[in-house]
Design a protein around this ligand. Structure first.
Ligand SMILES: Cc1ncc(C[n+]2csc(CCOP(=O)(O)OP(=O)(O)O)c2C)c(N)n1
Ligand SMILES: [Mg+2]
Length: 339
């Protein structure tokens, strides 16, 4: 990680560390379940899984308070889970049910849960970046110390919306953390062939903000430390940061795509699989924090039961009524005069 942020020292309790492992396990088991249902033809549409990227999602989200905001992208399941959303309404959304977080109208690419500050995800690459920037602007206007965490992939790095947003955030000193999930490919395009700088974090210089690269994005604590520094900076009123996290997706761009073996060398995939973030952090909890193996097994069993319950809830729920197709398309809320 480059220097320049460093406003925060990690001092997490064992309970906080176990919560991070719990959320990583939730993402892992939730997306493994989704993959099974897609394979069986039980789910409509495509599904972009966060398998392999659990550490960057959870390490980032666990630096936030419940009232902080977060936006994401088409790889949308992990982000709200990382922010602490309950699993049932997320799974119901993927099944297209009316109990889903978007009442079954959004589907897999549009999970959101306002109750935990998860403002939305979108299939249009880069489109949630201005939303996070706007949320940070609202904190500034209302005089709160909330911050906004903005996830985007390496494929969004050259989208105009990102550059316009980073520029505005810089000149207005907005409390936003631009978090690039560099899993090294945009569908099949390698980031190194599509972007003009070797380190995406180098782009921060152009917007007078600190930039940091987390080389080992499969280490949840390394991600947490870097993002916590950026969050502390934003909360202190010092403005935005860009954090790039190097990671890897374990599955294909989306389930059902037939690109396997064409663009990613087998030894590269193998090297990343051997650094599984969930397996690694379990070993760290046991070796360095004295958590016994039985407690770690119990944690895994609890999360498995939670995912099973979410699936049951989704399957048992009703589909939306076609008559409600046009409900909730536009907000009826107005901005209070006091703003
Ligand atoms: C504006 C726009 N252009 C192209 C696409 C097609 N598309 C969907 S996902 C994707 C790649 C995204 O890659 P990245 O941002 O690295 O995220 P990842 O899938 O690797 O998590 C592309 C090009 C799109 N959805 N929106
Ligand atoms: Mg990518």
């Amino acid at each position: 990680m480059s220097e320049g942020l460093r406003m925060h020292e990690d001092d997490l309790s064992v309970d906080a560390l176990l919560e991070m492992q719990r959320r990583m396990l939730r993402i892992r088991m939730f997306d493994e379940a989704v993959r099974r249902f897609v394979k069986r033809g039980e789910l409509p549409g495509s599904a972009h899984l966060s398998l392999g990227q659990e550490a960057e999602v959870v390490g980032s989200c666990c630096t936030l308070r419940d009232d902080d905001w977060m936006t994401g992208n088409h790889r949308s399941h992990g982000h709200p889970i990382g922010k602490g959303a309950p699993l049932g309404p997320l799974m119901a959304e993927i099944f297209g049910k009316r109990t889903g977080v978007c009442k079954g109208k959004g589907g897999s690419m549009h999970l959101a849960d306002f109750r935990v500050g998860s403002l939305g995800e979108s299939g249009v690459v880069g489109s949630a970046v201005p939303v996070a920037t706007g949320a940070a602007f609202s904190a500034r206007v209302r005089g709160t110390d909330q911050v906004a965490l903005c996830f985007f992939g390496d494929g969004a790095v050259n989208q105009g919306a990102l550059h316009e947003s980073m520029n505005l955030a810089s000149i207005w000193t907005l409390p936003v953390i631009y978090l690039c999930e560099n899993n090294q490919y945009a569908v099949t395009t390698p980031a190194r062939e599509a972007t003009s700088v070797p380190n995406i974090a180098d782009r921060a210089v152009a917007y007078s903000m600190p930039g940091a690269t987390v080389e080992d994005g499969q280490d949840v604590m390394a991600v947490h430390a870097a993002v916590a520094d950026a969050v502390a900076r934003a909360r202190a009123g010092l403005g935005p940061s860009l954090v790039e996290v190097r990671t890897y997706r374990f599955s294909e761009h989306s389930e059902g795509l037939r690109h396997a073996g064409v663009y990613r060398p087998a030894d590269e995939i193998q090297a990343w699989l051997s650094r599984d973030p969930v397996v690694r952090f379990r070993a760290v909890l046991s070796r360095e924090h004295g958590v016994d193996e039985d407690a770690l097994d119990t944690l895994e069993a609890e999360v498995r039961a939670e995912v099973d319950e979410a699936v049951r809830f989704a399957r048992d729920s009703e589909f939306p009524d076609p008559q409600d197709a046009f409900a909730d398309l536009y907000t009826t809320r107005t901005v209070p005069a006091s703003w």
